[in-house]
Design a protein around this ligand. Structure first.
Ligand code: ZN
Ligand code: ZN
Length: 445
């Protein structure tokens, strides 16, 4: 944004304004006006009132209200709390734009004057603090801004746009729930699907596109290890599930390092190991919770099969009978790897370069194996070509300070997470609007 406005004014000084630059500048200005008049207040409201996965009823009703007010045909409760808006504007392809709506069970610890103090009863019946610690409040606010821009620019596009407010991205259930509830049959099926994430590690005013695989398959695995409880001073009278669990954790480290080809990315992380009551009791049970990541179905299967094999055989080696071997449960809520279509990425890379200037377009390589259930909406998991891209969320000055030993940039899912809402929301809105104009260009006559 900053780069683009600079380019525009420099050219204007030289008397060299092109129609394209003039046009994109008017889009930026319209979005800036809408942000100051309305979107900022909506963002602050979403930020102060985050909701847990599948509990996004308030968020969904505000999105539905705003999309209706902008002239869209809105259906609520698709796949739980999901919202779908459709606008038909003559013959042409269909584009789907997606925002995820959920917050996380965290107590916010930022210095923001609009920080969340919200609590909510989760699906497990327990009350939790809730925080927008991943930036989904930026996504929903942007898609309200985009709904308004598209409704107000019907001369610039021809076809159908579908907007979705998706529940439960953080638990990897919402995208599939919307598809299972008829997203691609009850509503116009898209020819293209677009989604984005604001990222705190990317400078505000920049946007990053990665063609090909950009998110990993993600599975949550629970391992329930059965033992035989006894007194800690008489260990020979029992079977210690903590020792078995420790051996399993160590043996799992060899899955990636010894069984998966070195150039094939994979992760097995044990995030939770729970067992026991007090110092001198050997308990009868231990529970491990794992996250498992890969980039293809074959590796995914190898990892999941390997986790079962290692867990059961370590219990066997410890002398547990066949009917008391560990239970290895793979959660139903998982996601496959996500893929951005090569031709679509190239096409929109060109559009964003014109819109924001080439300095604003980055292609930041992956440094880890994050997952995103947007993957379900797009090829190869459906037959819809998709693009998932990233938008910067932290000022360059803060990133520079962190680089030179200053305060670190708060990570996503941390209680300190925050982004630059104005620049991020404006860029998200401008990118989604300009991408839709490109994909739904009216005939030139
Ligand atoms: Zn997240
Ligand atoms: Zn997120």
């Amino acid at each position: 944004m900053k780069h683009h406005l600079f380019a525009f004014s420099a050219l204007a000084l030289l008397g060299l304004t092109s129609p394209l630059l003039a046009q994109s500048n008017s889009l930026s200005e319209a979005i800036a006006t809408d942000y100051d008049n309305s979107l900022e207040a909506l963002f602050i409201d979403f930020h102060k009132n985050p909701e847990l996965s599948y509990k996004e009823t308030r968020t969904a009703s505000i999105i539905a209200r705003e999309w209706r007010a902008a002239g869209w045909t809105v259906t609520e409760k698709v796949g739980g709390t999901g919202v779908v808006a459709v606008m038909k504007n003559g013959e042409g392809p269909t584009v789907m734009l997606r925002a995820d709506m959920d917050g996380l069970p965290l107590l916010e610890d930022t210095d923001l004057d609009y920080k969340s103090t919200a609590k909510q009863i989760g699906l497990d019946g327990k009350e939790k603090n809730v925080m927008h610690a991943c930036g989904h409040d930026v996504h929903v606010t942007s898609l309200i801004g985009t709904a308004r821009q598209l409704a107000g620019s019907k001369g610039k596009w021809r076809g159908t746009v579908v907007l979705i407010g998706q529940p439960a991205e953080e638990t990897f259930g919402g995208a599939k729930a919307m598809l299972d509830d008829g997203l691609y049959s009850r509503f116009p099926k898209p020819d293209y699907a677009l989604g984005f994430h604001v990222i705190s590690g990317i400078p505000a005013g920049s946007l990053s596109l990665t063609p090909g695989i950009n998110t990993s398959s993600t599975d949550s695995v629970d391992i329930i290890i059965h033992g035989v409880g006894t007194h800690g001073a008489f260990p020979h009278a029992g079977k210690d599930p903590i020792v078995m669990g420790s051996q399993i954790v160590m043996a799992l480290q060899t899955l990636v390092s010894r069984e998966i080809a070195p150039l094939n990315p994979a992760v097995v992380s044990v995030g939770s190991f729970q067992s026991g009551f007090k110092h001198n009791i050997i308990p009868n049970k231990a529970v491990l919770q794992l996250t498992v990541r890969s980039d293809d179905a074959e590796t995914r299967k190898k990892l999941l099969d390997g986790i079962k094999r290692i867990s059961k055989n370590i219990a066997r080696a410890s002398g547990m009978p066949e009917d008391k071997l560990p239970e290895v449960n793979v959660a139903a809520e998982s996601t496959p790897a996500g893929y951005s279509d090569l031709a679509l990425t190239q096409r929109l890379n060109n559009v964003f370069t014109k819109q924001f200037g080439k300095e604003a377009i980055l292609s930041i390589p992956r440094t880890g194996m994050g997952g995103e259930d947007f993957a379900y909406f797009v090829a190869p998991n459906s037959d819809v070509p998709g693009l998932y891209f990233a938008i910067g969320g932290t000022s360059q000055a803060d990133l520079d300070r962190a680089q030179s030993g200053g305060p670190p940039i708060p990570a996503h899912h941390s209680p300190f997470f925050k982004v630059t809402p104005r620049e991020s929301i404006m860029m998200g809105t401008e990118a989604m609007t300009s991408a839709t104009w490109e994909l739904l260009q009216p005939p030139s006559d």
